[in-house]
Ligand binder design. Structure first.
Ligand code: F6R
Length: 607
């Protein structure tokens, strides 16, 4: 989703800002722009629709490299189409204020109407241009105070935002404000100052950093800065910046997504490392802090998209293995229900990026009611990690492919470990516990076996590309996986797919089945196998084509992907990896932009 960056120092602002834009390209965007200023206060703005490369080639034609400060943005369209005029940075009517913005100003249309009555003109459809003009409208030329104007602005606009503001009458100043959209301020010993919505961009530049909190305003004046909260000067923690520069490389893989699918045996090991001792078949209790309270009467999990499927799967396990009532809620929906928070309920928030607006907003609502919260995130120090009472890191490593793969499997492993942890405390049968531990130890090897079938899965994909509609079916543990495989399939192949609980098909949707509507059926030999076979026959009776993912061959299937034989709790990892490969190969055969699928962003920071 949108990325914002700011730079003030002595270096080549165009080169530095472009580098950061490139580093965060993987997060998904549709246009990009920069605005830079030199020491003589000469300003240069450039914007382009499409990849950062389009912007770079425009910037290269402009030979002047004297610019030493500036702001930049990658846009993921929300208000207004993908056009150059909607691309950030935006300027006020008098051209003096230039801003970049992440998030959505919810009350922008009312504010816009008021400005239009005062003869302001708008050159874009964005909420951001309204903000730029509000700054012009409320700037008092007698006091000429950039800070005061920004503080007025904070009272006028309704969340969410992270904003960077430059003003041509105040060349040595820069202002950042944030509310519910991530923003970090960083410095180094060369007196350079940086802003970014993602710390990843700053690796190799920053030495110290400060996470701005909701409602903060940071004002740079020369080489110094001041942070204000509610109009009062405040202090925030300064931390050492210790991230390695991530110059992502695909290695020999055609796409990052494929590389990340193949990394899963290693990332699964990493997730289990320190938490599990396979020699003694034990779990290290101190690595599950926040989960130790046995008194939780209910666990509610909140997440979006792929991460919701992790939770959904986990609720089955939690109820089966640890007898804790658990409910998986969708971030964007939970806030619309009346929900009650009490000390016996644990709310858990799962997010790869740790910045998803729908999840974060629900977290804040739970906290407002003093609810107990626990976060499971991949990105260290992300907003959800910082806002929750306790948390566990997934340790999947950076995921570049926008469609999540290893960031699905690794939290699923972590959640199985927590089910075992809670289950053991609640009297889970030792034989069951040991059986799962033994199979978990083999999981990386099992995943390797599925990966070895990539060529075979590609041959199935060649057959499938002739169809346009697909069902993905599963029962019990396999139902959330069918939903995940279906999501992965549609987001990168752009083909229509629907996930169903296998038993539910006969309650209406079977009407769609014919020889042109194939089914991908997760059908391992688990507890649900017999029940699944009757659904299998219902589809066959209607001439439906079936591709099965299973561990034992059944002759009537049209296509088969074979996974290793294991136990019910472990099969979901294997059917999921098979589903990832199937989606990948179909998308690749269709020549889709797999690492940056259309209309999907790596970090969804808008509602
Ligand atoms: C799909 C995908 C999305 C994310 C969802 C939540 O492959 O990645 O569905 O899972 O947008 O994102 P996070 O995990 O960052 O909260």
């Amino acid at each position: 989703m949108c990325g914002i960056f700011g730079y003030k120092g002595k270096g080549d602002a165009v080169a530095i800002l472009t580098k950061w834009l490139q580093r965060l390209e993987y997060r998904g965007y549709d246009s990009a722009g920069v605005c830079v200023v030199n020491d003589d206060n000469v300003m240069y703005r450039e914007r382009a629709v499409g990849k950062v490369a389009e912007l770079s080639s425009k910037l290269q034609q402009h030979k002047d490299r004297s610019y030493t400060r500036g702001i930049a943005h990658t846009r993921w369209a929300t208000h207004g189409g993908v056009t150059e005029s909607n691309t950030h940075p935006h300027q006020s009517n008098d051209g003096k204020r230039t801003i970049v913005h992440n998030g959505i100003v919810e009350n922008y249309s009312k504010l816009k109407k008021e400005l239009e009555k005062k003869w302001y003109e708008f050159h874009s459809e964005t909420d951001t241009e309204v903000v730029a003009n509000l700054l012009q409208e409320h700037y008092d030329s007698n006091t000429a105070n950039m800070l005061e104007t920004a503080q007025i602005l904070q009272k006028l606009i309704r969340w969410a935002y992270a904003l960077l503001i430059m003003h041509s009458d105040h060349p040595d100043e820069m202002i950042a404000i944030r509310l519910w959209s991530p923003l970090v301020y960083a410095t180094n010993t060369a007196w350079e100052q940086f802003f970014s919505s993602d710390t990843q961009a700053l690796a190799g530049y920053a030495q110290q950093m400060t996470y701005l909190e909701d409602g903060d305003l940071l004002h740079i004046q020369g080489d110094t800065y001041t942070i204000y909260a509610n109009g009062e000067v405040t202090k925030r923690n300064i931390e050492d910046f210790d991230q390695e520069a991530l110059e992502a490389s695909k290695g020999d893989y055609k796409h990052f997504m494929l590389k990340e699918i193949y990394e899963q045996p290693v990332t699964v090991k990493r997730t289990m490392q320190w938490r599990v001792n396979f020699d003694t078949m034990s779990l290290h209790a101190d690595t599950f802090h926040g989960m130790g309270n046995e008194d939780y009467k209910k666990i509610v999990t909140v997440a979006c998209g792929t991460m919701h499927h992790v939770w959904w799967l986990w609720t089955y396990r939690l109820q089966n293995l640890a007898w804790v009532p658990a409910y998986a809620e969708i971030g964007s929906e939970y806030e619309n229900k009346p929900f009650f928070v009490d000390p016996s309920v644990l709310h858990m928030f799962l997010s790869q990026s740790g910045e998803t607006a729908d999840t974060l907003e629900t977290l804040k609502m739970v906290k407002e009611q003093w609810g107990k919260t626990l976060g499971i995130v991949n990105v260290v120090w992300s907003s959800i990690a910082r806002e929750t009472d306790n948390g566990l890191y997934v340790r999947a490593g950076t995921e570049i492919g926008v469609a999540s793969t290893k960031a699905f499997i690794t939290p699923s492993v972590l959640m199985l470990l927590t089910s075992l942890f809670l289950g053991k405390r609640r009297g889970m049968r030792l034989t069951k516990y040991q059986q799962i531990m033994r199979e978990l130890q083999h999981l990386p090897a099992y995943i390797e076996t599925v990966l070895d079938q990539s060529d075979h899965i590609r041959s199935i994909a060649m057959d499938l590309i002739q169809y346009e509609d697909f069902f993905f079916l599963g029962r019990g543990y396999q139902y959330p996986i069918a939903a995940e495989n279906s999501l992965k399939f549609k987001e990168i192949t752009y083909l229509h797919s629907e996930a169903y609980a296998a038993g539910e098909l006969k309650h209406g949707s079977l009407a769609l089945i014919d020889e042109k509507f194939p089914t991908i059926y997760n059908l391992p030999h688990d507890e649900m196998y017999e029940a699944n076979l009757s659904n299998f026959q219902e589809i066959k009776a209607r001439k439906g084509k079936i591709c099965v993912i299973w561990d034992k061959r059944v002759e009537e299937a049209d296509r088969q992907i074979t996974i290793p034989e294991t136990i019910d709790e472990i099969y979901p990892f294997l059917t999921a990896v098979a589903g990832q490969l199937l989606a990948y190969h179909v998308a690749d055969l269709l020549w889709n932009d797999i690492d940056k699928p259309r209309n999907l962003a790596k970090s969804v920071t808008v509602k």
